[in-house]
Write a protein that binds this ligand. Structure first.
Ligand SMILES: [Zn+2]
Length: 67
């Protein structure tokens, strides 16, 4: 007790600090936390990523992937 430094601004402990987090493709919020989703696909031979803060942002995404 008392040994742990707790950041009062964080509800959860994550590897990624908010300023280092990618922006949600849908709402622009920093993508942190266990609810986050990442969609990855290959476009022109390169791995492309889209980050979302949760499932609802993922569902609201206007899928830009080409067939
Ligand atoms: Zn979002």
């Amino acid at each position: 007790m008392g040994d742990d430094e707790v950041d009062p601004t964080s509800d959860h402990v994550e590897d990624v600090a908010e300023e280092d987090a990618p922006d949600c493709t849908t709402c622009g919020d920093p993508v942190v936390g266990h609810e986050s989703r990442v969609v990855t696909w290959i476009e022109d031979g390169q791995a492309t990523h889209r980050h979302f803060c949760d499932d609802s942002c993922r569902a609201d995404w206007d899928d830009e992937r080409v067939d």
